[in-house]
Design a protein around this ligand. Sequence first.
Ligand code: DP6
Length: 395
Amino acid sequence: MISVTCVAPVNIALIKYWGKRHEDLILPINDSISMTLSTDELCAKTTVTASETFEQNRMWLNGDEVPFEEGSRLTRCLKEVHRLALANGSQKVSPSWKIHIASVNNFPTAAGLASSAAGYACLVYSLARLYDIPLSEELTTVARQGSGSACRSLYGGFVQWHRGALDNGSDSVAKQIASSKHWPNMHVLILVVNDERKKTASTKGMQQAVKTSQLIRHRADKVVPERIAQLTDAIEKRDFQTFAEITMKDSNQFHAIALDTYPPCVYMNDVSHKIASFVHSYNEIMGSLHAAYTFDAGPNACLYVLEENVPELLDAVQKVFPSDSMDSGTYLRGLSVPKVDSTPKIGDVHKTKIDILDINARNAFRYIIHTKVGEGPKELSDNNSLMINGLPLGD
Ligand code: DP6
């Protein structure tokens, strides 16, 4: 019996992937760029065990067994890894041995964060470690076939997924633009919004968009290529102003496409819109862009902010969106934030202006996670295993 345990990060798109040109191979109609978040706060963790004695492939997700169906994204990833193992002449584990997989997220799935991206990246990375396959662009094509955005979670820092042009998808790969060390003070506040509405899943939403939106072609052909070039340049120069502007505009355009879909997909709710307006007012008060929002296929906001500006931004967020649980110890999660002296002083124009911002909504968030740019997946030592004798712990 041989076992490997790894963690893989969540990534949040700055330029969104939305729309496929091939459903099964998961080939996108446009390039996308994301930032990988630190695994210290948010990650998927996976243990894969292979044994000559296992009778069938099995998988447990957050403790519950999930079927290993023929033709599913899961079996497709496993087949692709086996193909790479053969091509690499990997001898470590025979691909004929069945495997057992246990995977968990260290954050609630209900938080609506990109759990499938971290999950598939972790699965593919762990299998690669098991079969001794090195991390490569080719490996990102395997993660891509689990969930498109997962290919970007195989690298840390800032990552571009190239749409590619070939029909077989071999050039639809993720590449790192810059490592996490390039812009280490890039932090993120995730505002997890209270929302119980049933939303259209990403896979379905983008399918409908490609079928019915008249704006999506213009976005894919014209807008995204220009933005990719501008954002790459902004990341290289650590130019937060351009970074913030493109990120917010691209989030807005993605949601405009979602609304242009018929029937429309509504992902942002009233609180999400209040957050977006708050960020614009805040930036105006500060005199330059100090924060940038982005929203995925749900109401939660990710605010990008430089480390030195986190305390002031968080203070303003809490003034405008006060919560009864503010001091509960579980409301503010992740990296600690130094306290700011929020009493406005004479001559301190910013604080005085923030003080007069209206309270927008009370108890609008379940909690806030403070995290930052981080590294790609990594293998952990055996004492972190989620399985014992090939079965999930506690089973
Ligand atoms: C809005 O990668 O979840 O988060 O490829 O169908 O599994 P599938 O979709 P998925 O879509 C992510 C969409 C997004 C934008 C992004 O991450 O780029």
